[in-house]
Design a protein around this ligand. Structure first.
Ligand code: ZN
Length: 348
């Protein structure tokens, strides 16, 4: 298929890279993700080679020549600067000493001889959700995405662009402190977050929050529960399934999570007043009856003014497994569209 030009999207994770390709007509040329090992734990040299292999892989799968590629979008887990410099303290996925302060965006751009546009993975997924919802209207709309996983990630999109902030730390929704009155049970300890704060959104609404804070407390209230005999990390991963089955302890945990997300969206409503609130993560990929209940709980605790409630919606982050990769491709395309001068093709 003849294409004018393409951009490539890469999602770099702790174990795998996912790649995709977006053409000048706005079509993704791959329906599925193209996956290869990321070798991130072996340090920057190996990992950059793997990212180059991801580029080769998507070109090979689609038969597009590298001379058609104008830019590459890349995302990784944080913390990193808005430009893709990994935190000097390292990060969960970047434990190898070589990663500290490493410019992953710059290194890949140099290897490929192409512009590389960087976002953290939460921001990239937020950008994808925004584009899927608004399409050609994306540049006129704003949205907030909260994605519940090991932590609570996401991002803020304003007028179609990722809000990165001065230090690249805007949109860290998980570390926004939320009011806890009426959320915590009587006598329940203040939940702690890995970031050092207490009572932020992630300390409640994340798998880590379940394991560190919510499950230990609720097990003290339901001491004969079957989870009491399990290691806490193993039990934490079973809570969602139990909630789907109507287990009281598990529902108490998810009720607190939904309330935390609703209160986070309430803060977002007053700061940004977005067109859309997106919710993503394991909880919304759960059994439909449980997902609908969880959504209703989130909505019930999202306090919007009448005018806002008429204007805004709360909905799912679509295709979450592909959201980072495809959001990266959109970021590359948006960057390309913003350039006054034509961008040169890659040199073989
Ligand atoms: Zn935090």
């Amino acid at each position: 298929m003849p294409v004018d030009w393409v951009v490539i999207g890469l999602d770099n994770g702790g174990t795998t890279n996912n790649g995709t390709i977006l053409d000048s007509d706005g079509q993704f040329l791959l329906d599925q993700m193209a996956e290869i090992p990321s070798d991130v734990r072996e340090g920057p040299d190996k990992a950059i080679q793997c990212l180059v292999r991801s580029v080769e892989q998507v070109l090979g799968l689609t038969g597009v020549p590298i001379t058609s590629v104008r830019a590459v979008g890349l995302d990784t887990p944080g913390p990193a600067s808005g430009d893709g410099v990994i935190s000097s303290k390292g990060a969960t996925n970047f434990g190898h000493a070589g990663w500290r302060g490493f410019d992953i965006r710059g290194a890949l751009a140099e290897r490929l001889g192409l512009p590389v546009i960087y976002n953290n993975d939460g921001n990239s997924a937020a950008l994808y959700a925004h584009h899927v919802r608004y399409g050609a209207e994306s540049g006129k709309r704003s949205s907030v995405s909260a994605i519940v996983g090991t932590g609570l990630g996401g991002g803020i999109i304003e007028a179609g662009r990722v809000i990165k902030g001065a230090a690249g730390m805007a949109g860290e929704l998980g570390h926004v402190p939320i009011p806890l009155d009426g959320l915590l049970d009587q006598g329940q300890p203040m939940p702690a977050c890995n970031c050092g704060q207490s009572g932020d959104a992630e300390s409640v609404a994340s798998l880590t929050g379940i394991q560190k804070n919510l499950l230990p407390y609720w097990l003290s209230r339901y001491d004969s529960h079957e989870f009491a005999g399990l290691p806490i990390a193993a039990a934490a991963k079973l809570v969602r399934k139990s909630a789907e089955d109507g287990d009281e302890l598990a529902l108490a945990i998810f009720r607190q999570q939904a309330m935390a997300i609703g209160r986070l969206f309430t803060i977002a409503a007053n700061f940004l007043d977005p067109d859309e609130y997106f919710l993503g993560g394991g909880v919304v990929e759960a059994a439909p009856h449980f997902r609908d209940w969880f959504f209703a709980e989130v909505r019930a605790h999202t306090v919007l003014r009448e005018e806002q409630a008429r204007a805004a919606e709360i909905s799912l982050v679509p295709d979450l497994d592909m959201a980072g990769t495809r959001g990266s491709a959109y970021a590359a395309r948006d960057w390309l569209a913003s350039q006054a001068q034509p961008v040169k093709p890659a040199v073989l």
